[in-house]
Design a protein around this ligand. Structure first.
Ligand code: HEC
Ligand code: HEC
Length: 282
């Protein structure tokens, strides 16, 4: 009996998977919540609560089945929406057709009527983050704690103030002030849920950050943004100081070579020793 149970399981899952694709609730969860809430405020895309009341059904179906075409047609409503989304164009939902679009809109209508939709999205706390939140965010940023869905750690491409020296990748921008740039907790959290820029999107589309990773990362960035705007005399500036010092030593050595005869050999050795100390010492 047990054996039949086990063989039946994959079949049952397959059947469940097939109907899953057509179920608007499951489909919405899989393909829309990264950019939309229903009653939870805007993310990358607008809050869809009552969208069926503010627009005509035909327009909505046309838009959902091919957003880019509607925007490119110069449709004023779509252009205004795109402006409000800071230029992000909604991608064509996978496997979408008119029937599925209508089913999704029916579902959105039902969810909008509820006091609290299951799609109201992530709740961002307003209370101050704790030191543990910030520490965990730092661990995630540095890759000391791996990301649950297998995404690469941020430090491979980004840096922030306070990482010690010149640590951090250079492919992406310095994220010290990203908390302000993306307009605080809500904006930053939504952005990380569904990054809309080319590199971030391609890296994290198939291995998204989880909500319980996004919050500590937001905590970490909020904390970084509190650093004084002028680079403090931290480790980074100490490194610049060292680089400057090395530069001076090189110049000194060059002078030494050029004006060899003017320097006594003792003085020359002193310069070389100093150079060695800086090069090999810490
Ligand atoms: C990558 C982000 C993203 C995803 C994923 C996404 N949308 Fe959108 N959506 C947007 C943006 C941005 C807009 C605003 C128009 C624009 O800029 O393209 C929008 C607009 C809309 C609108 C019109 C809203 C209004 O106020 O008129 C509807 C309806 C909509 N989306 C439904 C969906 C549905 C349903 C899904 C899932 C199948 C989905 N979207 C997936 C980003 C997204
Ligand atoms: C493979 C390199 C790479 C990795 C890994 C990476 N990023 Fe990025 N990130 C980029 C690049 C490049 C940009 C600039 C926009 C773009 O092209 O996507 C960027 C942009 C951003 C932005 C927007 C910055 C702004 O000023 O608008 C945020 C926020 C961000 N990344 C957060 C993260 C976080 C958090 C992680 C780790 C979980 C991470 N990134 C990992 C390359 C990366």
């Amino acid at each position: 009996m047990r054996r039949t149970g086990w063989t039946a399981l994959p079949v049952a899952l397959l059947i469940a998977g097939a109907s899953f694709a057509q179920d608007p609730v499951a489909y919405f969860r899989q393909n829309c919540v990264s950019c939309h809430t229903i009653g939870g405020g805007r993310l990358t895309g607008p809050d869809l609560k009552n969208v069926t009341q503010r627009r005509e059904r035909a327009w909505l179906v046309r838009f959902i089945t091919n957003p880019k075409a509607v925007i490119n047609s110069g449709d004023p409503t779509a252009l205004k929406l795109k402006d409000e989304a800071r230029g992000v164009v909604m991608p064509i939902p996978p496997g979408i057709n008119r029937e599925l679009a209508n089913a999704l809109l029916d579902m959105i209508e039902k969810e909008s009527a509820l006091e609290e939709s299951q799609f109201k999205g992530m709740t961002i706390p307003t209370a101050p983050f704790t030191a543990q939140d910030i520490e965990r965010g730092r661990a995630l940023f540095l890759g000391r704690e791996p990301l649950a869905n297998g995404g690469p750690s941020c430090v491979g491409c980004h840096t922030t103030v306070g990482l010690g020296g010149l640590a951090g990748g250079k492919l992406g921008p310095d994220l010290t002030r990203v908390f302000e740039r993306l307009q605080g907790r809500q904006g930053l959290a939504a952005w990380m849920q569904a990054p809309a820029t080319p590199t971030m999107r391609s890296v994290f589309r198939n291995q998204p950050l989880q909500q319980d990773e996004i919050l500590p990362l937001v905590a970490y960035f909020e904390d970084r943004a509190k650093a004084p705007a002028v680079t403090p005399a931290g480790p980074a500036s100490f490194n610049f100081f060292l680089i400057g010092l090395l530069g001076s030593v090189v110049v000194l050595v060059l002078f030494d070579i050029i004006w060899k005869r003017r320097l006594r050999s003792v003085r020359r050795r002193q310069v070389m020793d100093a150079a060695k100390e800086v090069l090999h010492g810490d």
